[in-house]
Design a protein around this ligand. Structure first.
Ligand code: MRU
Length: 355
């Protein structure tokens, strides 16, 4: 296994150290910074489904690493036998979380590599899949930096930017999508401040966005989700920028539950609503948001915070983890190939074709 030197000034949720893949346990942040070591695809699948690692691009990266581990451990005489076992590994990883398309995108890319190289030996396929997983990891960081360059001109000097959930370094290989745009604006010398929605129930805003922005010394103010409208009505928000888990062919955006509410509020207050996402998040196979599967998570995420019970025993609960923001509420979509606006159906097709 390859080992990269650890640069602790850069926030990364996944790292390779001493010949081992480690993931920062995002369930424990900001109170504890605990890294777990992973060596099998089953362990990686568990880390994704239990949200040790989360965020659309980061779970794509993790899935690719899991697929590489699975491939490494396959015992097969022929490349065809290898491939059928590899498909089964990918199926397990694909079943971990349904909404973020980056997960399946990364696994499809791994499978495509293997399938299009079936004339090679099993050993060569295993080596190639290791390179492919590492390439997916490195490319994600590069995409985020490019997204930052395209997106930062949209943020004025002095902008007060609201974000929802965590679309930062922790949700990607590094740098972040929405927070990457903010990082790029800060690097360009702009005075930017962030208002972070706490993002009930998993509290990605309170626990993760707040943590990583404070670590990078970017001014951040935490609010409860139900305060965004008031702040907008008081003229305290200049724009909204969020990430995405899947963008349909017509520009409808699935993202963390509560994003839709923020987008409606932004429209009502004539505040620009930007989405930053890599092209791997665009899924042209779904024609609109109604076709995007929405993950429902456990009741306990709503009824409890850690071991503290908040609601009566036996209460009926709904816990959809994502919602869909219709494209007409989206001012622009920032990608690593440029900013998409206007006729999303036509423009997204063009930008995906550039891949
Ligand atoms: O449930 P999560 O924490 O995986 O959800 C994450 C989000 O909704 C993010 O906003 C999205 O994945 C974009 S991350 C760059």
């Amino acid at each position: 296994m390859s080992t990269c030197p650890i640069d602790t000034s850069v926030i990364r949720p996944i790292r390779f150290v001493a010949g081992c893949c480690q993931m920062l346990d995002q369930r424990l942040l900001p109170v504890e910074e605990v890294w777990h070591a992973y060596t099998t695809y089953e362990e990686v699948a568990e880390a994704i489904s239990t949200m040790v690692v989360r965020g659309a691009p980061a779970i794509g990266v993790a899935a690719a690493i899991g697929a590489w581990f699975g491939a490494r451990d396959i015992e097969a005489e022929t490349s065809h036998d290898f491939y059928s076992q590899f498909e089964a590994v990918c199926d397990v990883l694909a079943a971990t979380r349904p909404t973020a398309v980056n997960l399946c995108w990364a696994l499809e890319r791994m499978k495509h590599f293997a399938y299009s190289n079936l004339d090679r030996s099993v050993v060569e396929l295993k080596i190639g899949l290791e390179y492919e997983a590492l390439a997916i990891t490195q490319e994600d960081e590069i995409c985020n930096q490019k997204m930052g360059q395209y997106g930062e001109p949209l943020l004025a000097d002095g902008a007060r930017v609201l974000t929802h959930c965590n679309a930062g370094a922790l949700a990607t290989a590094a740098y972040g999508t929405a927070l990457g745009v903010i990082r790029a604006a800060v690097a360009a010398g702009k005075k930017i401040s962030v208002i972070a929605d706490e993002t009930r129930p998993f509290l990605q805003g309170a626990r993760l966005t707040a943590w990583e922005l404070m670590k990078d010394k970017i001014p951040v103010t935490l609010i409860c989700d139900n305060m965004a409208g008031y702040l907008m009505s008081q003229g305290e928000i200049d724009c909204v920028i969020v990430g995405a888990d899947r963008i349909a062919a017509n520009g409808d955006v699935a993202n963390k539950i509560g994003t839709y509410m923020v987008a409606v509020l932004a429209k009502a207050h004539k505040i620009p609503f930007y989405v930053a996402a890599p092209i791997s998040t665009i899924d042209l196979s779904v024609k609109d948001g109604s076709e995007i599967p929405i993950e429902e998570r456990s009741d306990r995420e709503i009824t409890h915070i850690k071991d503290v019970q908040l609601a009566p025993e036996g209460i009926k609960v709904r816990n959809p983890a994502f919602d869909v923001t219709p494209h007409d509420l989206v001012t622009a979509i920032i990608t690593e190939k440029g900013v998409v606006q206007g006729d999303y159906r036509a423009e997204l097709q063009k930008i995906v074709a550039q891949r």
